[in-house]
Design a protein around this ligand. Sequence first.
Ligand SMILES: [Zn+2]
Ligand SMILES: [Zn+2]
Length: 374
Amino acid sequence: MSDLYELLDLPQGASTDDVKKAYRRKAREHHPDTGGDEETFKAVTHAYQVLSDPEKRARYDRFGDDGTSNGRGGGQDPFGFGGLGDVIDAFFGAGASGGFAGAGGGGARRNQPGRDVLVVVDLTLEEVVTGVHREVEVDVARGCDTCGGAGSADGSAAERCGTCGGAGQVQRVVRTAFGQLATAAPCTDCQGSGRRPTEPCTACGGEGRRPTKRTLGVDIPAGLEDGDRIPVRGEGEAGRQGAPPGDLYVQVRVATHEVFQREGRDLTAEVSVPVTQAALGGTLTVPTVDGEDAEVPVPAGTQPGDILTVRRAGVPVRGGGRRGDLHLVVKVEVPTGLDARQRELLAELAEVRGEPLSSEGAGLLSRLRGAFQR
Ligand SMILES: [Zn+2]
Ligand SMILES: [Zn+2]
């Protein structure tokens, strides 16, 4: 099974917008009507279908392709999207009302749930360590208060749509990148559902849902990685005329930190140690990501590049479990701007240690000579 991202020439973190653009390009290239290979076209379309749907994409990212075929809306065929009419829908209309377009829109699908919605939340590394409560703004259609979501003004049930005769589709000629095509387009009077209330609710025009700005509180657990998503069931777009709502996904974007680099649960930072402390040993006080200082012993004879570790000062596992460690990479500071007294002390040290200030590169030379004598 080829990689879905590769099929669309996309990096793993590509945005939904990028997925759409890439698919548009690839669909044009591979569409059978323009001389493309049908199998490739199907594969590309399948990749788009998965990667443009946050739930399917999350499942694919986690489990690979096996998990992608039994998504919500079960009864659809595995392609569900292969028809040219649906491809056109992906290009025009269907996705235009915001949120996640996914493969929604085409055909007479009664009770089709509302779409899933993605909201991105920016986090600092500090917030990742503690977890945080966030208010997120979601601007998406929700059930109409006036008609209770049914779409009718008088509470009557929806009837067969007169425009499409209940089919949910009308034949239409569309001029596209592939040329002029006769295609079945979703009926605009019933939004493809094939049904319409006799007396539409005036507040929502019979849709049963209206654009609604809401602020939702979301608890973001500790330990998330950049790109992780928290599903909030039922808080996506409302379905039409009382159909079930989609889900909301809160995706975290973790800012890079000035001091700490993250590697899974562990953090790494560079720390300067004066040459005297490195030689003699001592204790170093360092700031941690919690904002508290930690004391870390510096063993005598510490070398540049040695690693000092502060246990449990890293990032917790997802949901706030055991924390990783903080690794400090030692940089030994050679003193500069010595005064007379300091020079004298160092010179004396050099003398006592038998390290003349003019010398051969002893270790290197003896190793070279040894090599020649062999
Ligand atoms: Zn209404
Ligand atoms: Zn209709």
